[in-house]
Design a protein around this ligand. Structure first.
Ligand code: NAP
Length: 289
């Protein structure tokens, strides 16, 4: 049976509506809008585009968004100082440093300077540690978006075989931990793994975050599996391609398209994290967005 496509744009729109309502209630109760500050260093055109999208999405939902654009020649200390100062302001609930940073700046040193309670990308080691030890905390946006897509199609991962391909701190590791948190039996594959084909063939849920178009072939998909394709690679024709061959849709029960699957969820979950951080900082119970 061919897959039904998971419409990430629709699920993301749902999250954004909930964020808008939560932002309005927050403003009423505290007298100010939730605030998100984005730090963008350098001239990478893709990063500028992503940041513009994030700023626009925030403002549309009633979140006060501000972008700090720093020159590519900025030093690591300058970026760290800005991030640390933002963490001292009362009206700032979320701080995001757009990655990648220009060469010469160690992203980890910059991320470490973010106040963990305002770390809306969920990449600070304190939040990574909270996830690993099963404590509440701000979760990385793309993995959180993947889990939300599983919820949207009503797929319960408990006791099921989940394969995560990719082990980055941004996607692979956190999504594996989130699947484990929900009682899936999780395998993580990476560039040194052997026989990816048989690992894929056992998976009831497959999350692929590598950045190699067509790495996972359609015939490797277990019939009835749910496939979340995180990979986005822009081809010479300007089109975005995922890591999973689109022919996988002939075997899967549900599958995300690229574009329009996991991608839209990343920004939506950033906004949801900003709401969570704002409510917690104000001593209020955060709503589910
Ligand atoms: P990354 O840091 O480059 O990590 C890629 C991972 O893939 C690594 O763990 C690597 O293994 C593994 N890998 C490489 N070749 C492999 C192979 N042949 N078989 C199995 N695993 C292999 O990338 P990332 O930041 O996680 O991003 C992954 C992809 O997701 C990219 O296309 C990125 O653009 C996309 N992405 C999309 C969104 C979104 O919002 N849609 C958000 C984030 C990322 P090793 O660890 O062994 O090197």
């Amino acid at each position: 049976m061919p897959a039904r496509w998971i419409d990430g744009r629709e699920v993301a729109a749902c999250v954004r509506r909930a964020v808008g309502a939560a932002a309005a209630r927050f403003s009423e109760r505290t007298g100010r809008a939730p605030g998100l500050e984005v730090v963008l260093v350098g001239d990478d055109p893709a990063s500028h585009l992503y940041v513009r999208n994030k700023e626009r999405a925030a403002v549309e939902c009633g979140i006060r968004g501000h972008v700090h654009r720093l020159a590519a020649t900025s030093t690591q200390d300058e970026v760290r100082t800005l991030v640390a100062r933002l963490g001292e302001r009362d009206d700032v609930d979320g701080i995001l440093v757009q990655l990648p940073l220009p060469s010469g700046i160690d992203a980890r040193a910059v991320l470490d300077a973010i106040d963990p309670e305002r770390d809306v990308d969920g990449l600070h080691p304190v939040n990574a540690g909270r996830l690993a030890s099963g404590r509440p905390g701000l979760r990385p946006c793309t993995p959180a978006g993947c889990m939300r897509l599983l919820d949207a199609v009503g797929f319960d991962v408990r006791g099921r075989h989940a394969l995560v391909v990719g082990r980055s701190a941004l996607v692979g590791k956190p999504v594996a931990l989130m699947l484990l948190e929900r009682d899936a039996t999780v395998t993580i594959a990476h560039s040194r793994s052997t026989d990816l084909e048989s690992l894929c063939k056992r998976a009831d849920v497959l999350v692929v975050a590598v950045g190699r178009p067509g790495l996972v072939r359609g015939s490797w998909i277990r019939p009835g599996a749910v496939v979340l394709d995180v990979g986005t690679t822009r081809g010479a024709d300007g089109k975005l391609r995922g890591d999973v061959d689109p022919s996988a849709a002939e075997h899967a029960a549900w599958m995300t398209p690229v574009p329009g699957g996991v991608g839209p969820m990343t920004v939506a979950m950033l906004l949801a994290n900003t709401i969570e951080a704002a409510y917690r900082r104000a001593g209020l119970e955060p709503p589910t967005c």
